[in-house]
Design a protein around this ligand. Structure first.
Ligand SMILES: *Cc1c(COP(=O)(O)O)cnc(C)c1O
Length: 417
């Protein structure tokens, strides 16, 4: 039986899958079961930061697998401790503490729980807890009940109500709405500094600054979802620093690129004092407040440590910026009518498509049509909403690979006039 047949018989049909069957990868390249090769600018949706089967990552996984795959969070786990130190010292570069999860959705659930704890500790004037988390339209925070409820997109929530209460969605990049949008029960604001799934929309510096000011004024937690944008992808270790580096968040979530392909996520809480007696915010999530059997196990932490050290030592965030310039300049030079704009930062880029020029058949978006055509020509990219394709190559992608991929983009999009 073919892989597609097995899927149809045995796997829940939650994804509209392409027929592609990938079986092998190295660096920027992926091969399917028929031996055809692709340039992979999808990277498992911004996961394979170092490309496929990077020797340092493979070695770290082999080594750890031969020593100790898993043990409980009841015990001290050396690689988890080293990974937390690596992140705090070299990537966040702020005093704080980390909880390790298995995915981005779980990391965001952890931030939401932290906001609720904070709202109990700092209640409304009448003593009732604050609980509301403000998020934004077109956001994406995950698929668990909590992170789905936080997500500001109706299509993600359809058929699953009642949602978890305590979320309100405001327009993104709207400084007036955020300044007017705080209620007595509001405890936190959660946002993606660069929205990925929602179409690659970047927060403006004015917006991030007014969100930070509103949080300070109303004693709200400022929470950044860096699940897709974090760890070098946008040109800095942390995406918000590309926009307004002076801002100090209270919490951050990560996943995707931090593991390079192993399932790991995390959330971070600032050590800052939240009251006059000096209680650190990070202390609110104390013993018994949260947990995960797999979270931060030796295998995934050894892998993530190798990935983050490689990103830091090889300055891959800087490479992301250099490659961004090359991509933007090349695309600008084409002057293709089908391309409306390039959005994003570093190697989290969205290429906007003119839907009027791309005749998508019934039930298919322009982005899906273009993604399918690019695949036929040997380039893998994911869509981001109906009219945007994303370019998410590995952070160590070379100029030659960028040029090869862009030649395919030009050929495919050049046909729409
Ligand atoms: C992918 C993503 C998530 C969800 O991560 P999972 O690992 O799929 O649970 C959350 N937030 C953002 C910004 C994402 O891009």
């Amino acid at each position: 039986m073919s892989t597609a047949d097995l899927f149809q018989q045995h796997v829940l049909p939650t994804y509209g899958r392409f027929p592609l069957v990938p079986v092998r990868g190295t660096g920027c390249r992926l091969w399917d079961d028929a031996g055809k090769s692709y340039l992979d600018f999808c990277t498992g949706i911004a996961v394979c930061s170092l490309g496929h089967c990077h020797p340092r990552l493979v070695e770290a996984i082999r080594d750890q697998a031969g020593n100790l795959l898993h043990c409980s969070n009841l015990y001290q786990i050396p690689k988890q401790a080293e990974l937390a130190e690596e992140i705090n010292t070299h990537h966040v570069r702020l005093p704080g503490k980390i909880f390790f999860s298995n995915s981005g959705a779980e990391a965001n659930d952890g931030l939401i729980k932290s906001a609720r704890r904070f709202g109990h500790k700092h209640p409304q004037p009448d003593g009732s807890p604050r609980f509301e988390v403000i998020t934004f339209r077109q956001s994406f925070h995950g698929r668990t009940l909590g992170s789905m409820s936080a997500t500001g997109q109706a299509k993600i929530q359809e058929g699953f109500d009642p949602l978890l209460p305590g979320f309100r969605y405001l327009p993104y990049n709207d400084t007036v709405a955020i300044e007017a949008g705080i209620h007595p029960e509001t405890a936190a604001v959660l946002l993606e500094p660069i929205q990925g799934e929602g179409g690659v929309n970047m927060a403006t510096p004015e917006f991030l600054r007014s969100v930070a000011a509103v949080c300070k004024k109303h004693d709200l937690l400022l929470l950044f979802d860096e699940v897709q944008a974090g760890f070098g992808r946008c040109g800095d270790a942390m995406a918000w620093r590309m926009i307004a580096p002076e801002i100090l968040p209270d919490g951050i979530s990560w996943a995707k690129g931090m593991g390079g392909g192993v399932p790991i996520g995390a959330f971070w809480l600032n050590d800052r004092a939240i009251d006059d007696s000096g209680t650190p915010l990070s202390s609110l999530m104390g013993p018994g407040s949260h947990g995960s059997t797999y979270g931060g196990n030796p295998l995934v932490c050894a892998a993530s440590l190798a990935v983050l050290q490689e990103i830091r030592e090889k300055e891959l965030a800087s490479n992301a910026l250099l490659m961004e310039v090359r991509i933007r300049e090349t695309i600008r030079s084409w002057k293709l009518p089908a391309i409306t704009e390039v959005r994003g930062s570093g190697l989290l880029l969205g290429v906007g498509l003119d839907p009027g020029l791309i005749p998508a058949p019934e039930g298919k978006t322009p982005a899906l049509l273009v993604v399918t055509k690019l695949m036929e020509h040997g380039l893998l990219v994911p869509p981001a909403g109906p009219n945007t394709i994303r370019l998410l190559p590995p952070l160590n992608v070379t100029e030659a690979e960028i040029d090869e991929a862009l030649a395919i983009v030009r050929k495919v999009l050049g046909e729409f006039n």
